[in-house]
Design a protein around this ligand. Structure first.
Ligand code: FAD
Length: 322
């Protein structure tokens, strides 16, 4: 059994959905690398004078209450958005928090046998589109902070880090990397490997920042796993967990070390692939426990339901998937 990392005490629920506070948008800019079929923004919000000011750590999230009511006439429920700034606030300003909203755009598809099979209306997610539409100066209702576990350890220099993100799961890693490498007098000297997964290169988020950090810090490594672009002779792309398996010479020793912490944030599907790779490559000891029901089953055969039931992350693996 390895010692759990010491995590900081985090504030939670200082502002609840019953009594939200008002934030004001400072900026709301696109943050994709190029032209893309998805629309993601970097939204900076001023929360000066509210209990949230200076109270949110990188890795936590905050709530947004979109105006209006749902189909039952009830006020929209709170949606959570990961904090994308370092723990001292956006640009070191405690009154500013930021996040990375992606417009949820979908087409209606029937879920149940008695749903109308011919219906295919456009669905625009309520809160993500509200957030992405906002202009500087606009006000919004916010709550939070939320989350006590997806946090950097108190002593980051005692650890090495493997960060895994897909899509807007990048948000906490922007904050973590700023805290580890930029917002300290002496940058953290630990090994930091950040694997960012996205369908196309143009969908990469905050790519300039991570490229710049790579140029400035020899121990920071930015890897991209692009899933829908051919690579060399291979017509298929790769997912984040494939990259670990492909570069076992690099990741094997790192994942065998009891210093290393894994943080994973983004699409729920990413988690399964990572659990399977760790088990298949014998790198699971520090990061997950597997119940005996799955001990003799080839990890490639594990179903999502089985993993949910029988695979448990240890204290060295932090997971935030949605
Ligand atoms: P909703 O309106 O809630 O729609 C959600 C789903 O319902 C969609 O799949 C949609 O297709 C379906 N739906 C909606 N209306 C209908 C309808 N009429 N008929 C059938 N189906 C329908 N998101 C980010 O973008 N960035 C982040 O940094 C981020 N961080 C998060 C952190 C945490 C801890 C968590 C839990 C979630 C995070 N999310 C983040 C997700 C975010 O909370 C929202 O879930 C997301 O933005 C979608 O919310 P929405 O209101 O736009 O969509």
């Amino acid at each position: 059994m390895i010692d759990p990392p010491k995590l900081p005490e985090a504030n939670v629920n200082l502002v609840t959905p019953k009594a939200p506070v008002t934030g004001r948008v400072v900026s709301n800019d696109k943050c994709m690398k190029g032209k893309s079929s998805s629309f993601v923004r970097h939204t900076v919000i001023d929360i000066a004078g509210t209990p949230l000011e200076g109270a949110c750590l990188a890795g936590q999230s905050f709530g947004v209450l979109a105006p209006g009511v749902d189909e039952n006439g009830k006020p929209h429920k709170v949606r959570l958005y990961s904090i994308a700034n370092g723990s001292r606030g956006e640009n070191g300003e405690a009154n500013l928090i930021s996040t990375t909203p992606k417009r949820l755009i979908d087409e209606y598809s029937p879920q149940r046998p008695d749903d109308d099979a011919s219906k295919h209306d456009l669905i625009l997610g309520v809160c993500s589109n509200f957030l992405c539409d906002l202009q500087p100066g606009d006000e919004l209702q916010v709550t939070g902070p939320a989350g006590k576990r997806f946090l950097l350890p108190v002593n980051p220099d005692e650890h090495d880090f493997v960060f895994l993100a897909t899509g807007t799961g990048v948000a906490p890693f922007r904050g973590f990397c700023l805290d580890l490498l930029v917002n300290r007098e002496t940058p953290c000297s630990s090994q930091i490997h950040f694997i960012m997964g996205s369908p196309y290169t143009t969908d990469l988020l905050y790519d300039d920042l991570f490229t710049d950090l790579t140029a400035k810090h020899a121990h920071f490594h930015y890897h991209t796993a692009i899933s829908r672009e051919p690579r060399g002779d291979n017509p298929r792309g790769i997912y984040t967990h494939n990259l670990i398996e492909e570069q076992l010479d690099l990741f094997g020793p790192l994942l065998e070390s009891s210093r290393t912490l894994i943080y994973m944030c983004g699409l729920r599907g990413m988690q399964s692939g990572v659990h399977q790779v760790l088990q298949r490559r014998g790198l699971n000891a520090n990061f997950q426990t597997v119940s005996e029901e799955l001990q003799d089953v080839d990890p490639s055969e594990w179903t999502t339901a089985q993993m949910k039931r029988y695979v448990r992350p240890t204290s060295h693996m932090m997971v935030e998937v949605y």
